[in-house]
Design a protein around this ligand. Structure first.
Ligand code: ADE
Length: 235
């Protein structure tokens, strides 16, 4: 069983949306597990404080190293081989390649930061890998943790049908997916592109490839610049 342990001050947010749909079914089948650990349970005072004012001054609050370290040690002793990840907009961007690695391992221990940040010493001393899910700021790491878990769980054996794997293969090859169509044949005056009704598999494949390349060039010049599967074009 692939195990996700999430350290948070909002344990009620888990499994949340991951209790439904594909991930929820897999959770029921014990393909994976989701354990939410309340960081406040490891506070030392009667107010259950987990944060304090930043050293050096400035706005906001910082999560204490000692409280968080106790929570991490309870969730994952030194012998636990799972990656320990801190969700933060300061982290390295999450890529499908890292998702694949994490899904292939025993699971993850996720720390959802709140407040302005987490004391740097616990990041260093507990070997936390800092990961961001994108260049925008969420109000906390919980939704980012759900995103990371979802991306991993759908790759676990037995979770996803063969169909869904296509989109990921395309993405991993460095191209966005081609556009999709289904019935009705005409929608609000717009027909399905002619080639898709031709029954000519070669032409359909070539059209889809063109469309995928066009979308990638226009929307994601960053991906276009470094795509892997780059077969030389005929002259
Ligand atoms: N916490 C707040 N914003 C975040 C982001 N973009 N990625 C990961 N964790 C976050």
């Amino acid at each position: 069983m692939w195990r996700a342990s999430v350290l948070t001050i909002f344990p009620e947010l888990f499994p949340g949306p991951l209790g439904a749909s594909l991930a929820g079914r897999a959770l029921g089948q014990k393909i994976w597990s989701c354990e939410a650990i309340d960081i406040r349970d490891f506070a030392a005072d009667k107010h259950r404080s987990v944060d304090d004012t930043p050293a050096g001054g400035g706005p906001g609050m910082v999560m204490r190293a000692d409280v968080l370290a106790r929570a991490i040690d309870a969730a994952a002793p030194a012998s636990d081989l799972r990656s320990r990840i801190l969700l933060t907009p300061r982290g390295k961007p999450l890529l499908q390649s890292r998702v694949r690695e994490l899904a292939a391992g025993p699971g993850v221990v996720l720390v959802s930061g709140r407040f302005e940040g987490v004391d740097e010493r616990v990041v260093e001393m507990r070997g936390l890998e800092e990961i961001s899910i994108g260049d925008y700021v969420l109000s906390g790491g919980e939704i980012a943790a759900l995103v990371l878990i979802d991306a991993c769980v759908r790759l676990l054996p037995g979770v996803m049908g063969k169909e869904a794997s296509h989109a990921e293969e395309s993405f991993e090859a460095g191209l966005l997916e081609y556009p999709h169509y289904t019935k009705p044949q005409e929608f609000e005056g717009r027909p399905i592109p002619e080639v898709l009704n031709s029954g000519h598999h070669g032409k359909v494949a070539a059209w889809r490839r063109e469309q995928a390349e066009k979308a990638t060039r226009e929307r994601r010049p960053d991906l276009w610049g470094k795509r892997k599967d780059d077969p030389p074009k005929k002259a």
